[in-house]
Design a protein around this ligand. Structure first.
Ligand SMILES: Cc1cc2nc3c(=O)[nH]c(=O)nc-3n(C[C@H](O)[C@H](O)[C@H](O)COP(=O)(O)O)c2cc1C
Length: 499
């Protein structure tokens, strides 16, 4: 059975032995972040944390507990998506994309359900009063000050919503988008929406602002974990994230009509902020914010959201995350994306064997790619293809290696890559869009990229020396030593230093 809401998810995490409940009073300002930082940096990502006694900015006790680091381990990321292994979801996508037409009528008929799998579980809008609307506060009753939004780092511009599903609609095509964009709390009923210019909802906003139309926006907190994850996934603008979440869960996501705007909200959310952006209003200063780069992102101008209603369960749990110097919880969300999207990358760049975005590279700074090289210059073909794909276009450094290199191990990937390159010959620079969070590019969101061809060089690529072979022990000797290992009395320490 799929997990339907945050409570189901917390229960599953607890049963897996990965939940720590904290009864001690802790402040939403900085203290939760400092605790979460220590936990997230512990081996394997540490447990999920449920803070039961949270103190607000004014010192009063919050009526809401705060959950953090929910997705912050491989096990919990798999639990969230209802899978044993993240690659199994990639496998489901591969099966769906394998369009070889089988022999015979029965084979052809058997193919139909597979083709329909992505669209099999569309979100369902139901009437009645959903759990997320058990309590409704509208207009003057809206008060964001009583919600335990976190201040995560000392120089942050304010309190932030860090694990939201931001729901908008493409004004011309009517397609919904769900994005995980941080939101700054500006006052009792106003927010600043940090959707970066390359993201789908920012496109919706540009179009609506151009038409001079008021833009409805919903910020949902909590809900089923597959939907929360989907908000962080770089899906093309034509795919509704709730449809994708339905595919992941193998069950539709249930929605309900928002009360004060023309959008649908996830019925099982803990809390929903409904609101709008007025195109006639000036942008507001958002930030600075201690970001997942490990640096403070500079303050910049973003749209102001007016909150027209807060709806919630009777006893909502506030879900949050913390970003900062890596590794943090977002590594696991990004890693799920890496695994799930591999088959989609392979669809257009079939020579890709594997790819990996290691934690210190914070996704857009460094991508290792292994390829099955069949012709000269293929590493450059792959780089150009990747720089032309969705958010992969923001990748700053791409390192391409041959297929036998395990790119999941950055030490192995760098070891081979650094051995294989003649820097002047194998490194190329190009220009392109750069992630909004990059503080080093010559201009905001525009700058250079580096591609490193660390594949073995071929004669046709002008390499006329002999290429050496990798050192490996022969199988016979390895087996002989395996046989005598116990008798040798040598005890090796594992990585954590234990014997
Ligand atoms: C914890 C976390 C925080 C994020 N914060 C932001 C943000 O503030 N602004 C932004 O544009 N993207 C942010 N992202 C990245 C987006 O969620 C991601 O690029 C996603 O693909 C955007 O959805 P879209 O493709 O529908 O625009 C964040 C991701 C995570 C995991």
């Amino acid at each position: 059975m799929a997990l339907n809401n945050l409570r189901d998810f917390l229960k599953a995490i607890d049963e897996a032995g990965e939940l720590a409940r904290i009864a001690h009073p802790v402040r939403a300002r900085l203290e939760i972040a400092e605790i979460a930082d220590r936990v997230m940096k512990s081996p394997g990502g540490g447990p999920a944390l449920l803070f039961e006694h949270v103190l607000l900015e004014n010192g009063q006790r919050s009526t809401q507990p705060v959950a953090i680091n929910l997705f912050g381990s491989m096990r919990r990321m798999c639990l969230a998506l209802g899978t044993e292994k993240l690659d199994d979801i990639g496998g489901r996508i591969s099966d769906m994309l394998n369009l070889k037409v089988p022999e015979g009528l029965l084979g052809k008929l058997a193919m139909l359900p597979r083709l329909a799998e992505m669209g099999k579980f569309p979100p369902r809008v139901k009437g009645g009063r959903p759990p997320c609307q058990e309590v409704v506060q509208r207009d003057d009753a809206v008060n964001l000050d009583v919600i335990p939004f976190l201040t995560t780092w000392p120089e942050d511009g304010g309190r932030y919503i860090t694990l939201p599903m931001v729901i908008t609609i493409d004004p011309s095509r009517g397609i919904r988008n769900v994005g995980m964009y941080r939101v700054q709390v500006l006052g009792r009923n106003t927010l600043a929406m940090h959707w970066q210019r390359h993201k789908v909802a920012a496109g919706h906003w540009r179009e609506m602002a151009g038409r001079g139309e008021r833009m409805p926006v919903v910020i949902a907190l909590g809900g089923d974990p597959a939907s929360i994850y989907s908000g962080s996934a770089p899906l093309p603008p034509t795919i509704d994230e709730f449809l994708f979440a339905g595919f992941l869960r193998r069950q539709p996501v249930e929605l309900a009509r928002a009360i004060t705007c023309a959008l649908d909200v996830p019925s099982e959310a803990e809390m929903v902020l409904e609101g709008y952006i007025d195109p006639a209003e000036e942008l507001v200063l958002e930030g600075p914010f201690g970001d997942h780069t490990g640096f403070y992102s500079l303050a910049d101008y973003y749209p102001r959201v007016h909150v027209t209603a807060i709806t919630s369960r009777r006893d909502p749990i506030y879900p949050a995350t913390l970003v900062g110097r890596p590794p943090m919880e977002d590594f696991y969300l990004g890693h799920a994306t890496e695994r799930i999207f591999l088959p989609l990358l392979k669809l257009t760049v079939p020579e890709i064997v594997d790819y990996h975005m290691p934690a210190p590279g914070i996704f857009h700074n460094l991508v290792f790619v292994s390829i099955d090289k069949q012709y000269p210059g293929q590493a450059y073909k792959v780089m150009n293809a990747l720089w032309g794909q969705g958010l992969m276009s923001l990748a700053k450094v791409l390192v391409v290696v041959d297929k036998e290199v395990n790119v999941q191990d950055p030490n192995e990937a760098w070891w081979v890559a650094l051995n294989n390159i003649d820097p002047e010959r194998d490194v190329r620079f190009t220009m392109g869009p750069i992630d909004v969070l990059d503080h080093s590019s010559r201009a905001f969101t525009y700058g250079s990229k580096m591609g490193i061809d660390a594949t073995r060089k071929w004669k046709e690529e002008g390499f006329d020396r002999e290429w050496p072979r990798l050192i490996t022990m022969d199988e016979k000797t390895k087996q002989d030593v395996d046989g005598m290992w116990e008798k040798l009395g040598i005890r090796l320490k594992n990585v954590s230093g234990e014997q």
